[in-house]
Design a protein around this ligand. Structure first.
Ligand SMILES: Cc1cc2nc3c(=O)[nH]c(=O)nc-3n(C[C@H](O)[C@H](O)[C@H](O)COP(=O)(O)OP(=O)(O)OC[C@H]3O[C@@H](n4cnc5c(N)ncnc54)[C@H](O)[C@@H]3O)c2cc1C
Length: 341
């Protein structure tokens, strides 16, 4: 039986371990802290369809995979997406593609949504994920399939080693083109809006948790020299985001912060993840951006197909495509007009 070691039990490692164990591989998932320690347990929970057109099939595959964990994992919301004006046509392309794939997506003009006035925006039906449940079910399923989750560096011989240790990957491997940055979010209370809002113009996102609480975050990216600094929280940021939200929603000024948290995220010089082979029997799944909850499931499925030779290594995801490093944290969300092949 092919013996596989996967390093890192965030969503990318957990999904890869589960899908490989399901296919009959002998899986060991090594986690130095605890499963979900990194960004995976801190995400806002949006399974995003607002990704470049060439990545939407990955998001759709992820949705299918998360749904396969149980009926109560996905919560569907109407999302209001406000793309930058020079990206509106690309957003329309995405809307058409989603509609063809039976996801509700349409352009709206001058319409009221729970007190938010949107001049021109896009409504997409998007799920949020119950993160705690998803993590626990993945752990249980891996163990039920005889996969092992270990927290010491075993020196066994493995046929395949997969690095999925997120922003810590550069402690393990010397790869070009990776940028660590801080992903941060805040929980706020007050009168809440019913819809997810993703505002690329004012750069914030808003995710309803209930009619009293919501998670908010922004597009500001602080570059990190070491991943651990990604856990340091800037609690003042929440007031700046509330002020931005108040441009569209006057009640935002009556909301107040409940708590804040952050974790390190990792992206690449072009904003596309790294998925594939780096050497003899060595593979990588990382650079998932602030969209890693979304992309991890679909990209794990793709990585296994690459390992098994069922698909060719996509050039735009090749882990070895960068000759240099960069110091700008580009996100997959900045790429909606850039569909790489
Ligand atoms: C505040 C916030 C909001 C977010 N919101 C969203 C969202 O709404 N939607 C979305 O799609 N994404 C979101 N994200 C992004 C998403 O959470 C991440 O992209 C994703 O969780 C990355 O998963 P990962 O498994 O690659 O890395 P991580 O979750 O960081 O996991 C890496 C794991 O590797 C382990 N590790 C490190 N070194 C070693 C080693 N040497 N040996 C063994 N294990 C090791 C770590 O302990 C960690 O558990 C958000 C992130 C944050 C922080």
């Amino acid at each position: 039986m092919t013996k596989v070691k996967i390093i890192g039990a965030g969503f990318s490692g957990l999904w890869t371990a589960y899908l490989m164990a399901k296919k009959g591989y002998n899986v060991e998932l090594e986690e130095i802290n605890y499963p979900g320690f990194g960004a995976s347990s801190k995400a806002a929970g949006i399974l995003s369809f607002q990704v470049p057109k060439n990545m939407i099939d990955i998001s759709l595959k992820s949705m299918e995979l998360y749904r396969s964990l149980g009926d109560d994992i996905l919560y569907w919301h109407d999302s209001i997406w406000l793309p930058k004006s020079d990206e509106f046509n690309c957003a329309l392309d995405i809307v058409n593609y989603l509609s063809k794939n039976n996801i509700k997506a349409k352009v709206v003009y001058n319409k009221e949504f729970d007190s938010i006035f949107v001049k021109q925006g896009i409504i997409i039906s998007q799920p949020t994920i119950d993160i705690g449940k998803a993590l626990n079910i993945l752990i249980k399923r891996i163990e039920d399939l005889n996969g092992k989750i270990i927290n010491n560096d075993q020196k066994n011989d493995y046929d395949i080693v997969i690095y999925a240790n997120g922003p810590w990957i550069q402690d393990s491997l010397n790869l070009n083109g990776l940028v660590k940055y801080k992903c941060q979010a805040h929980s706020v209370e007050g009168k809440q809006i019913n819809s997810i809002i993703e505002d690329d113009i004012n750069e914030y996102y808003y995710v309803p948790e209930s009619n009293k609480r919501a998670i908010i975050g922004n597009g500001k990216r602080i570059i990190l020299s070491k991943p651990e600094d990604g856990f340091i929280v800037d609690s003042n940021e929440v007031y700046k985001i509330l002020e931005k939200i108040s441009y569209d929603y006057k009640e935002a000024l009556n909301m107040y912060p409940v708590n804040s948290w952050s974790a390190p995220c990792i992206t690449t010089c072009d904003g596309y993840p790294i998925v594939g082979r780096i050497g003899k029997n060595q593979y990588v799944l990382s650079g998932l951006n602030g969209a890693g909850l979304t992309l991890s499931a679909g990209l794990s499925d793709l990585l296994i197909k690459i390992i098994e030779g069922k698909v060719e290594q996509p050039k735009y995801l090749d882990p070895l495509r960068f000759n240099d490093n960069c110091n700008e944290a580009l996100e997959i969300f900045d790429n909606i007009c850039i569909n790489k092949k």
